[in-house]
Design a protein. Sequence first.
Length: 82
Amino acid sequence: MATMTIRNIDDQLKMRLRVQAARHGRSMEDEARDILRTALSAEPVRGESLVEAIRARVAPLGGVELDLPAREPIRTPPELGA
């Protein structure tokens, strides 16, 4: 197992960790380990995709019918070697 040192924890946070650990009947180290295990065991919440977010925002406004211009025939490519 790895060892980790956490520096620059403010006194208020350390005191809250100590009190919570005492409430649970374990050491501060065990409490910190449990907090990390719990926080990292949950799957991260995946937000909706950008397309879904835009669609949800625009959907209440209704759809838009666009008149698309007719496509022109493909041009003959120029001859470059002549």
